[in-house]
Design a protein around this ligand. Structure first.
Ligand code: ACO
Length: 322
């Protein structure tokens, strides 16, 4: 059994915040932000617009793209670090909005690696036969956990959501078969203090703000990303040349470029959306995937490599034939 992608979709809040607008509020500049990160703008959720709302839009778009009845979905895995509430899971709000009252829906939290962790989780459930059709969502409103006076972090992140529909299908097991080929997940809690939110239900009963040692994250990122991609290559006997599209977590253009360069992935194969979306954490990969599918780059049968790294640290890769 393979988990085959039936469709994808995404949603970005209407309001765009440009670097110039940020520079009018805090001591920064378009030039500094673009040079260090590649980010030009980010979308910001409106007042009263929550992670679940973004997720529901993205889920509906993915379901429409897949051309399926929402009732055929029996598993929803939603990756987020910015849930609407401490509990219940934002995934059950999505489930309810879609009118689904069977199967299971839950949230999963691996910060920026959330989508890869959610994809791996859904893939494993589908391959064991526990569920038949999954909605995998990454949705975030990081604008709500940013310290807008900290120029070292507030310029980096944005809001958004993306989703894919995965279907369990019997396959002969050839490399040319469509579906998720392999996933690799890692974490190392020694790095917790380098990227965290300084609050939470059990420790402070507040939500808190994102804190990051940017340089420390940068220092580890490329090595971790490339290691876990090499794991994917080894597990499947594939190489960088065979990859049609590289769709990395969109944190920073310099990290993406350095990772692609180290792996010998040609720049023309790299899907980049960080310039327009900023870092949308768990939402960035399905947002980027949807852009590349809609503009005709990613086509059925293409070999697509995903990777992410984030707080924890957590990191992971997924290789799939679209
Ligand atoms: N505008 C202008 N100046 C700034 C800004 C800003 N927005 N932010 C920081 N600076 C200043 C600093 O205050 C510092 O000034 P100083 O030398 O007078 O003290 C100077 O710029 C250099 O600061 P550094 O933090 O050392 O700058 P660096 O070159 O490392 O760039 C950045 C910072 C962009 C955050 C970089 O470290 C980075 O991209 N790190 C990775 C972060 C990341 O991608 N995190 C997300 C990954 S995980 C996840 O997705 C959750």
């Amino acid at each position: 059994t393979r988990s085959v992608v039936l469709g994808c979709g995404s949603y970005l809040p209407r309001q765009i915040l440009t670097n110039a607008e940020l520079a009018a509020r805090i001591d920064t500049s378009d030039e500094w932000i673009v040079q260090r990160t590649g980010i030009k703008q980010r979308h910001i959720a409106a007042e009263g617009e929550f992670t679940s709302h973004l997720a529901i839009h993205a889920a509906r778009a993915a379901i429409a793209d897949a051309g399926i009845d929402a009732q055929s979905i029996d598993l929803i895995v939603l990756a987020t670090s910015t849930p609407d509430n401490t509990f219940p899971a934002t995934a059950v709000a999505v489930q309810e909005a879609l009118g689904i009252h069977h199967g299971a829906a839950f949230d999963l939290q691996a910060v920026c690696s959330g989508f890869v962790f959610a994809l791996a989780t859904a893939d494993n459930f589908l391959r064991t036969g526990a569920f038949k059709r999954a909605l995998v969502i990454g949705a975030e409103t990081f604008s709500r956990i940013l310290d807008w006076n900290d120029r070292g972090t507030c310029v980096l992140f944005g809001d958004g959501a993306g989703a894919i529909v995965l279907d369990a299908q019997e396959q002969p097991g050839k490399p040319s078969d469509r579906g998720v080929l392999t996933t690799h997940l890692r974490s190392d809690g020694r790095h917790q203090s380098k990227l965290y939110v300084d609050g939470g239900p059990s420790s402070t009963q507040t939500v808190g703000y994102l804190r990051m040692e940017g340089r420390e994250v940068f220092k580890h990122a490329v090595g971790m990303i490339t290691d876990v991609i090499v794991d994917a290559f080894k597990a499947t006997g594939t190489s960088a040349e065979e990859i049609d599209w590289f769709v990395p977590h969109q944190a920073n253009k310099r990290i993406i470029d350095a990772s692609a360069h180290k792996l010998h992935i040609a720049p023309r194969k790299v899907v980049l959306t960080v310039d327009l979306h900023g870092n949308t954490s768990a939402a960035s990969i399905p947002l980027a995937l949807t852009v590349a599918v809609r503009d005709g780059r990613v086509k059925k049968g293409d070999l697509v490599l995903l990777e992410a790294m984030g707080g924890g640290f957590t990191w992971g890769s997924a290789l799939l034939r679209w």
